[in-house]
Ligand binder design. Structure first.
Ligand code: COI
Length: 356
């Protein structure tokens, strides 16, 4: 999907590293699936709680053709990353936040969910079992993908009788093929990703399938991705297909407020805190599409995306450009601060890092 061109670290020669590494091309990781060694699986029946899961060899899973997730989309996913430090230690970024978001989503989707402790323990066990797939420092990260799904068989529309919590992992590099270069977005005026009262604010699988058509058409027109507007007034920014959006004007950084139609990104929340700690004024509010016209910088945030600078946005056939090349000053400053914490290059004053 992309080449891993952005790095803030110098990697040690792989032959001298003090840890075991899988034999893959660590210099060309994109955001694509690489099968690893183990996955974690935990099951429970409807109305029950998850009790005990186990690691299994990574591979295909068996599902009834009438599984709730396949027929009615009763499923949620999460995304977080593990980074490797030079000394071989492994860092997770705010895994409890993913656990909490999964619990909130499970409530919306009528599913039982693992406790925060079960979630974090399962993430740790899966990462440790796949340790040799964590990229060397500066080469990328291990992307951790928890899934929660209605795995039991149903025919009539109803919550599934059985649920599966599963975690798999894959080494990854940059999400967008642009790497460090700014991405190019198009504002979608007809297709909406979420509606008030719908499921836009939880990480359900259907939110992502529903943007594929707009995203595919945008890519065919040469854009990197799509920026969605609210479906009521068609005037306010919501988010990009796979990430949240921020608009910079002077010392103020604005981002659409969380109101049920926007995914509460953990990177979004972290960037708000980091920006405030660096003296920026951060506003969570309705951000009108017209504000893109005189913004200094626009950037996207997400676990997969990290921080991605936006080079241009096209709205009703008019293109606003922010930079010809490279990342904006504010975006760069926040990128360095965030990745410095995530990669263990800076002191964790926020208490966000879980070290394995
Ligand atoms: C993430 O950023 O982790 C996500 O879940 C977005 C996904 C579309 C890759």
């Amino acid at each position: 999907y992309s080449n891993n061109k952005r790095s803030t670290e110098v990697a040690a020669p792989i032959s001298t590293v003090p840890y075991e590494l899988a034999d893959i091309d660590w210099d060309n990781l994109g955001f694509a699936i690489t099968p690893t060694d183990y996955m974690y699986i935990m099951k429970c029946s409807e109305g029950q709680s998850f009790t005990k899961g186990e690691l299994q060899r990574f591979g295909n899973i068996e599902l009834s053709p009438s599984a709730g997730v396949l027929n009615y989309g009763q499923g949620l996913f999460e995304g977080l990353k593990a980074y490797r430090k030079h000394d071989g230690s492994i860092l997770l970024f705010r895994p409890e936040e993913n656990a909490l978001r999964l619990m909130m989503g499970a409530e919306r989707m009528c599913m039982p969910s693992p406790t925060i402790e079960q979630f974090v323990d399962a993430v740790k066990a899966t990462v440790l079992a796949n340790k040799r797939w964590i990229p060397p420092p500066g080469k990328g990260s291990l992307y951790i993908r928890p899934l929660l799904m209605g795995s039991g068989a149903v025919l009539g529309l109803a919550p599934a009788p059985e649920y599966t919590f599963l975690i798999y992992v894959s080494p990854v590099g940059n999400y967008f093929k642009e790497g460090i270069a700014p991405i190019h977005l198009v504002v979608e005026t007809e297709v909406h990703r979420a509606t008030p009262g719908g499921t836009g604010g939880v990480k359900t699988i259907g939110n992502y399938a529903s943007v594929l058509k707009a995203q595919t058409l945008a890519k065919a027109r040469g854009f990197t991705d799509v920026l969605y507007l609210d479906c009521v007034s068609k005037k306010y920014l919501e988010e990009v297909s796979s990430c949240n959006v921020f608009v910079v004007k002077g010392n103020t950084i604005s981002t659409p407020t969380i109101k049920g139609t926007i995914l509460p990104g953990i990177t979004r929340k972290s960037i708000i805190d980091v920006a405030q700690s660096q003296g920026f004024q951060v506003e969570e509010r309705l951000v009108a599409v017209d504000e893109l016209l005189d913004a200094d910088e626009v950037f996207c945030t997400g676990t997969a995306v990290v921080i991605s600078p936006v080079g241009s946005i096209t709205y009703r056939d008019e293109r606003v450009s922010y930079r010809n090349s490279g990342i904006g000053v504010v975006s760069q400053q926040l990128y360095s601060a965030l990745t410095g914490l995530q990669m263990g290059l800076m002191e964790d004053t926020m208490d966000w890092i879980v070290e394995l």
